[in-house]
Design a protein around this ligand. Structure first.
Ligand code: ATP
Ligand code: MG
Length: 280
């Protein structure tokens, strides 16, 4: 598998906030690399560096073996790096096909002017969605009427169609229910099968483990783990993600809460007292 991009010891400071420190990650084609971490762990900062929105101030970032320091998302896009943000930049009232071609409209010359090729773009959108196995027959619908999951799918198909080699997804399933999350994850694997490298950001170890080939855990801006799939199971990933010791501490604190009915709370029945109760 070809190496698409690589980060080595990358760091980023915003004013006095050290958002990222000494993070390393390698992405190859045909691979899904998951980045997991809690709120504020630095996930968005990491992908903003890859996407050309922010610049790293430590370490090296290479694309196709060549060191880069992007000044704009356009530069990242020119290198084949497409990013799908959670709050998708779409124009809700415009049809699906217009959104699909937003910024890359096709046209033709007619009577001395340039006209947009609506029929061509409609047909291409239909084919591109069908090629990914996305079932959306009416591309004239305003994109705002689609579900969040469907919109994510259109964005993924768009990145694949316009030749992205790297697809970055920031929490694509965060706002979705179980079924829609499944559909989005299916198209994430379709993008991988088309040979793209995917960086999937998520809070959810279950979603990550369904599709991931590699898992990077971030905690307060630092790497708290980096494992190929063969070396980690779902249970361990979930525990690491939750922060094993933090979770034990939380469970201890909760068990002391002054709530009747909770184990350990005053007045709560204990297994012993239940046994002592007279049987009817
Ligand atoms: N533009 C910014 N200016 C200053 N501080 C920032 C900026 N962006 C992020 N930070 C800080 O950097 C740290 C990492 O933030 P980041 O958004 O990368 O986390 P995240 O893992 O994406 O969190 P979430 O799960 O909430 O999206 C946080 O402490 C955040 O407050
Ligand atoms: Mg974020």
């Amino acid at each position: 598998m070809t190496e698409l991009l690589s980060l080595r010891g990358v760091g980023k400071t915003y004013g006095t906030v050290r958002a990222l420190e000494d993070v390393s990650l390698t992405l190859r084609s045909g691979e899904i690399s998951c980045v997991l971490g809690d709120n504020g762990a630095g996930k968005s900062t990491l992908i903003k560096i890859i996407a050309g929105l922010h610049r790293h101030d430590e370490g090296t970032f290479t694309v196709g073996g060549e060191e880069v320091r992007f000044d704009s998302p356009r530069q990242a896009l020119d290198r084949g790096i497409a990013t799908v943000y959670q709050d998708l930049a779409v124009v809700p009232l415009m049809p699906v096909w217009r959104n699909f071609f937003l910024g890359s409209e096709q046209g033709y010359k007619r009577w001395g002017g340039l006209r947009i090729d609506a029929d061509g773009m409609r047909a291409t959108t239909r084919t591109a969605l069908a090629d990914m196995g996305i079932d959306l027959p009416d591309v004239d619908r305003p994109i705002g009427t689609l579900s969040g999951g469907q919109r994510q799918c259109v964005a993924i198909a768009r990145a694949v169609h316009f030749g992205a080699r790297v697809l970055i997804l920031d929490e694509p399933t965060a706002a979705l229910g179980v079924k829609q999350s499944g559909v989005v994850l299916k198209y994430v694997t379709a993008a991988r099968d088309a040979g793209l490298g995917v960086v999937l950001i998520t809070h959810n170890p279950h979603h990550a483990y369904l599709v991931g080939d590699h898992f990077t855990l971030l905690k307060r801006g630092r790497m708290a783990g980096s494992h190929p799939r063969a070396e980690i199971g779902l249970e361990q990933l979930t525990t690491e993600m939750a922060g094993g010791s933090d979770l034990a501490e939380l469970s201890h604190e909760l068990s002391r809460a002054d709530l009747p009915g909770l184990p350990g709370a005053p007045g709560a029945p204990t297994p012993d007292s239940a046994e002592e109760r007279p049987q009817p």
